[in-house]
Write a protein that binds this ligand. Structure first.
Ligand code: NDP
Length: 236
């Protein structure tokens, strides 16, 4: 399906965000990405933004609006991990992960919602994680920040659902990016053994689901949590 709608993907310079941006470009969307460093893929407009800083988000959105027009599809993808067991987790390990993954989502969605309300149209996709509902030892900060996105999306669906705006959560399992490359080989092997699909996924397998949620066929889907995890989180 092709569309000329305006999309903004946060953290579109690498990993899953980059694959999402590439997918939207292929489908004809007008695509902007935020990046703290580097550039988005070919065919995208790259704007600088740090999702922990509301002023930088505002400036980035204004730049996109001036070049491409109001943002109709927002993908809140930027995220970090700072894994360690609870007993060793510092206040900063906890706060920085929650402030980026949950606070960052709050800031970009709030900024995007104004134009979506005016247009009476919007597609908001929040990138969560299988561990948000499944849990993961060593990731209480990350899992808490990601499960919070479910309550966020469902509350927003109740606030904005009647205005043509959908908000959904995509919960990837293990995807081949820098984030999972950091895992020791032995840990990767153990994870693969517990995934029914028996493998990690490519970032493009997440991108396809995100683009489907942004399209006309998904107009009546909101407040949903869509797993892209090879069956790892079944039932959660
Ligand atoms: P990467 O580590 O490859 O990329 C993370 C992206 O987020 C980068 O573009 C990074 O920008 C950006 N980012 C981080 N902090 C900030 C910030 N403060 N402001 C702006 N941008 C920021 O991660 P993935 O591509 O693997 O993950 C993308 C999303 O998918 C994350 O939300 C992650 O939690 C989620 N996810 C990933 C899974 C996986 O297996 N890989 C599984 C489940 C969920 P920069 O390059 O400047 O650092």
């Amino acid at each position: 399906m092709t569309s000329e709608r305006v999309v903004l993907v946060t953290g579109g310079n690498r990993g899953i965000g980059r694959a999402i941006a590439e997918r939207f470009v292929r489908e004809g969307y007008r695509v902007a990405v935020t990046a703290r460093s580097g550039e988005g893929p070919e065919g995208t407009l790259t704007v600088r933004a740090d999702v922990t800083d509301a002023a930088s988000i505002d400036a980035a959105f204004s730049e996109v609006e001036a070049s491409l027009g109001p943002i109709e599809v927002l993908v809140a993808n930027a995220g970090i991990t700072k894994d360690t067991l609870l007993m060793r987790m510092s206040e900063d390990d906890f706060d920085s992960v929650v402030n980026t993954n949950l606070g960052g989502t709050f800031r970009v969605v709030k900024r995007a919602s104004k134009a979506m309300l005016r247009a009476r149209f919007g597609r908001i996709v929040l990138i969560s994680s299988v561990v948000g509902l499944y849990g993961s030892a060593g990731q209480v900060n990350y899992a808490a920040s990601k499960s919070a996105l479910v309550g966020f999306a469902r509350s927003l669906t109740r606030e904005l659902g009647a205005r043509g705006i959908t908000t959904n959560v995509v919960a990837p399992g293990f995807i081949e990016t820098d984030m999972t490359a950091e895992l020791p080989e032995e840990t990767q092997k153990q994870y693969k053994a517990s995934i029914p699909a028996g493998r990690f996924a490519s970032p493009d397998e997440v991108a396809g689901v995100v683009s489907w949620l942004a399209g006309d066929d998904a107009a009546y889907i909101s407040g949903a949590v869509i797993p892209v995890d090879g069956g790892l989180g079944m039932g959660h």
